[in-house]
Design a protein. Structure first.
Length: 245
């Protein structure tokens, strides 16, 4: 089985500073709160269970997770966040998809548009680049010396995964969106540690940028990810691993 490598993303997660982790915790906490608002029980709310798994993959403390759930369940007048997706182009026609959670659509689109324009990109119409991406579940399992590759592959296949990739420091498991929760729960039951566990938009093909275009693109992604309303940024650029640190 084969597929796209997430090694660079794994390296980036390991290298996050405390300040960056705090920002990640805030964003993941917002996802938990939104998911928990209708039902605070992860046993019967698969969206909340998936959000909690994502939080654990970025080492968010259990106290923070419980606080987000309690806040969502106890404050009926809490902010109502809307999930919005923007699509556009970066330097050299690169494809960018921006997932947001916002309580002010006008503010968010203005910030996203400004970041795109400032760093050589532009927003496009809905669907302009998303057709070149596949939405799937991505679970990145930490590889340890005592973890046998064949055993992990067997676990993934038994659980209903679509794809399995073995790398030096991780095992990558791809699933359909519908099977993601089931596969994640099964791998969790085997006491595997995750670097990442979430639904992602994965590009069907990747492009390579060089020189100034590469630098501009990295600055664009950094600017978008730094926006408070932005939850995830997906793109089709094959970034060198050192550029992800």
């Amino acid at each position: 089985m084969s597929g796209h490598s997430h090694a660079a993303n794994i390296a980036a997660k390991k290298a996050k500073t405390d300040a960056a982790k705090g920002k990640i915790f805030t964003k993941v906490g917002r996802e938990i709160a939104v998911a928990a608002k209708s039902n605070p029980d992860p046993d019967t709310n698969s969206k909340l269970a998936d959000a909690i798994a994502k939080a654990k993959s970025v080492n968010m403390p259990n106290e923070n997770i419980k606080r987000c759930i309690a806040k969502a369940a106890g404050e009926l007048n809490a902010d109502n966040y809307e999930e919005l997706t923007y699509e556009g182009y970066g330097p050299s026609g690169s494809a960018v998809i921006i997932k947001t959670l916002t309580d002010n659509k006008n503010r968010t689109v203005d910030y996203v548009r400004t970041a795109m324009r400032k760093h050589g990109g532009s927003l496009g119409n809905a669907g302009c680049v998303s057709f070149t991406f596949t939405t799937m579940g991505v679970i990145v399992v930490q590889r340890t010396p005592d973890l046998d590759e064949d055993v992990v592959m067997e676990y993934a296949l038994e659980a209903g995964a679509d794809d399995f990739i073995a790398e030096d420091d991780a095992f990558i498991v791809h699933t359909s969106v519908s099977a993601f929760s089931t596969v994640r729960k099964y791998l969790e039951s085997k006491n595997l540690n995750f670097f990442e566990a979430q639904i992602e938009m994965v590009p069907q093909d990747r492009i390579t940028l060089d020189g100034d275009d590469l630098s501009k693109f990295q600055r664009l992604i950094d600017a978008l990810e730094d926006l408070d309303d932005v939850q995830e940024v997906y793109h089709n650029v094959d970034l060198p691993e050192e550029e992800e640190d």
